[in-house]
Design a protein around this ligand. Structure first.
Ligand SMILES: *Cc1c(COP(=O)(O)O)cnc(C)c1O
Length: 478
């Protein structure tokens, strides 16, 4: 038996490379990442290949050891080339993500030390670090000390956690669902609908409130509908508003909606996944008034703090409500459940074992300081406004709402022919060209093109380039 165990030990030691092998591998990884970063400004934002990464299947998972050079070659060809390049300055579609370098160092350390950030007992310092980050987020939006939160994988899970907390705080049980009303915007993110469904709330009555000419919830209509629902014997429960919609970057009237939620005793959830961190800059702060009137809020560090994908956050004003929906007990966790010093992430989300997400946020925020984050966010708003102004001087362009945050919508109105067809062709041409990536949406049946500025590498030169490309492509299609 001992012999067999020793034999297995020898093989399993391959899981622990020696120091010189580690350094050798690290050097290759650094060479790869440096090659990527040094060429980032000339890499396309969108790249169409025939195989679309299919080559990854050519080398299936097997018994034998691979070769790092070959694997990196496959990574480059099959993964880091085809499709959208979110790290590029020309990513101006959807809501751009981040990828600041300092976060990668935090992720590297988190992976090496593998601290167990789910439970205070296991890693008190890691949990304190995550709670400190959440307290900081609470402070920038003006939440009180009673608030608590969770660092999630993204905004979708954060919305789910917020809505589940709202459900339990108001004791929304199966038998009352069809009498319970949720108030929404047509321009709410689809992750809200998904969260409602996953939370078992799809049988609730859903009211989509009419929007004003800037695609914001009309608060008077909201109040009127709540009143008529009350009169009809229904139970108004939840309002979901956006601080930065995906379509046009609209900020719903949070002050008015907050007052309505208070007056009628409704839970007020704000999806600020895209817009929330703009409170860090002056122009953003001016349009994001009264975020703290909400009961729960979602903000995505992998958008507004420019960290790599895998970082969202939810904050709940009364952390007990968050805790009551997500805490758990289990016999095998009895050693861990004694501490009351700090709330543990595992008691505040569906996750137990989880990535130590705090480190990829803490390291850059501490190492660089807030100054460049604030400047970059202000810069992105100003770039969107500059783009808006410049596009006004192109004949035939029809612009959407003035950008309060950093999304601009527009379309070209051809002298003849179908405008929707023309703009579909236009955005396809821009994407195929690949130097910048813009996306599109439908607004009241009109096909419009969107420019969303939030990639941290996007600066004035990229916006000027985008304007040139738009002008050229319009001429070509005409
Ligand atoms: C991006 C986004 C989401 C979804 O967040 P993920 O991090 O992609 O899961 C939700 N709401 C809004 C407004 C968003 O912009």
């Amino acid at each position: 038996m001992r012999e067999n165990i020793s034999r297995l030990e020898k093989i399993s030691l391959l899981l622990e490379p020696a120091a010189q092998d580690r350094l050798h591998a690290i050097k290759k990884i650094i060479d790869y990442s440096e090659d990527f970063l040094q060429n980032i400004n000339s890499l396309p934002s969108y790249y169409v290949t025939d195989k679309k990464g299919l080559g990854i299947y050519d080398s299936p998972i097997g018994e034998d050891a691979g070769n790092l050079d070959e694997l990196l070659k496959s990574l480059k060809e099959n993964v880091d080339t085809p499709g959208l390049n979110p790290a590029s300055k020309g990513h101006l579609g959807y809501i751009p993500g981040g990828g600041i370098f300092h976060s990668s160092l935090g992720d590297y350390l988190a992976a090496i030390t593998n601290r167990y950030a789910g439970v205070f007992f296991a890693s008190p310092g890691a949990v304190r670090m995550e709670n400190m980050l959440l307290e900081w987020m609470s402070s920038i939006i003006g939440y009180p000390k009673t608030s608590g939160g969770n660092l999630t994988s993204g905004g979708s899970i954060a919305n789910l956690i917020g809505i589940v907390s709202a459900r339990d705080a108001f004791q929304i049980k199966a038998k009352v669902l069809d009498k319970t009303v949720i108030y929404l915007s047509e321009h709410g993110h689809h992750s809200i609908d998904k969260a409602i469904r996953i939370a078992g709330l799809n049988e609730c009555v859903k009211r989509y409130i009419p929007l004003d000419d800037r695609y914001r919830i009309k608060s008077q209509e909201l109040e009127d509908i709540i009143c008529s629902d009350q009169k009809a014997g229904l139970r108004p429960w939840l309002i979901v508003a956006s601080a930065g919609t995906t379509d046009v970057g609209a900020v719903d009237p949070l002050t008015e909606i907050g007052s309505i939620a208070e007056k009628y005793n409704l839970w007020f959830h704000v999806d600020a996944a895209y817009g929330g961190f703009f409170v860090l800059c002056d122009s953003g702060k001016a349009v994001l008034q009264d975020l703290n009137k909400s009961d729960s809020i979602v903000m995505d560090p992998h958008k507004g703090l420019f960290v790599p994908y895998g970082s969202g956050a939810v904050l709940v004003k009364n952390k007990i409500q968050l805790l009551e929906s997500h805490h758990y007990q289990a016999n095998y966790m009895q050693d861990a459940s004694t501490s009351t010093d700090e709330l543990s992430p595992a008691d505040l989300s569906p996750e137990l074992s989880k990535h130590f997400r705090g480190l990829r946020l803490w390291l850059p925020l501490k190492l660089i300081g807030l100054v460049p984050f604030r400047a970059a966010l202000e810069e992105k708003i100003q770039l969107a406004r500059y783009f808006y102004k410049e596009l006004q001087s192109i004949e035939g362009i029809e612009l959407g709402p003035y950008p309060e945050l950093s999304v601009v919508t527009f379309r070209y109105l051809p002298k003849s022919g179908d405008a929707n067809e023309f703009n579909k062709k236009l955005v396809n041409e821009i994407q195929r060209d690949g130097k910048v990536f813009l996306s599109s949406t439908m607004l009241n049946g009109k096909f419009v093109i969107r420019l969303a500025v939030l990639a941290f590498r996007t600066h004035l030169d990229t916006i000027d380039l985008a304007i040139d490309i738009i002008k050229n492509k319009i001429e070509r299609i005409k």
